[in-house]
Write a protein that binds this ligand. Structure first.
Ligand SMILES: CC(C)(COP(=O)(O)OP(=O)(O)OC[C@H]1O[C@@H](n2cnc3c(N)ncnc32)[C@H](O)[C@@H]1OP(=O)(O)O)[C@@H](O)C(=O)NCCC(=O)NCCS
Length: 164
């Protein structure tokens, strides 16, 4: 299952100075039904990233080409989250909250390498799995299933407008 990433790319742990590069990529999320970052200001995203990186239960990885960030993954340890979050075993996992690769660099194994870094992190943190959610109209679903993620179920988001 291990495919080699072209040697011009590097994968390393995310540091606060990466926040702006990460925010730029966050703007590239596919316009799917539940895109979280849609319409959010890049400055808000970079402060959000900096704040999370200051917490011990958050960590990220960036993919780099000649010092330029071309991909990232962002994870949260679920161990200290309130119980009952989505499914009981969630606390044994690391939540892969965000994953993105610059359009110009897709299809070369960067997401695969970033997910491998997240898997190593989960192992180092003593967790037994990675957990994520993805919109059912996001093509990334194909990547996750290709990399061995299994579906746990489906959730539908609903909204009712309350008249003033
Ligand atoms: C999803 C995304 C991160 C994939 O990045 P990538 O670097 O192109 O992916 P990789 O090249 O590492 O692909 C890894 C494997 O998944 C497969 N894959 C990638 N995209 C796929 C797709 N849309 N459908 C099916 N399989 C796919 C690849 O074929 C590859 O398998 P292989 O190595 O056996 O050939 C990228 O398309 C992206 O940034 N999308 C926008 C952000 C987003 O929606 N992120 C997910 C939010 S939950």
């Amino acid at each position: 299952m291990s495919k080699k990433l072209p040697s011009r790319y590097g994968i390393r742990t995310m540091v606060p100075a990466d926040a702006e590069g990460v925010a730029r990529l966050a703007g590239l999320f596919e316009p799917v039904s539940t895109t979280v970052f849609q319409g959010i200001d890049a400055e808000d995203v970079s402060s959000w990233v900096r704040e999370r990186l200051a917490c011990p239960d958050w960590a990220g990885f960036v993919a780099e080409l000649e010092g330029e960030i071309v991909g990232f993954a962002f994870c949260q340890d679920m161990a200290n989250q309130p119980s009952g979050f989505v499914f009981p075993q969630a606390r044994e996992t690391v939540y892969l909250m965000y994953l993105a690769v610059d359009e110009a660099f897709r299809g070369q194994g960067l997401a695969r390498a970033l997910i491998a870094a997240c898997e190593k992190l989960a192992r180092d943190w003593g967790r037994s799995g990675l957990f994520l959610d993805v919109a059912d109209d996001n093509p990334a679903l194909g990547l996750y299933e290709r990399l061995g993620f299994e579906r746990l179920g489906a959730q539908v988001f609903l909204r009712k407008t309350i008249e003033p």
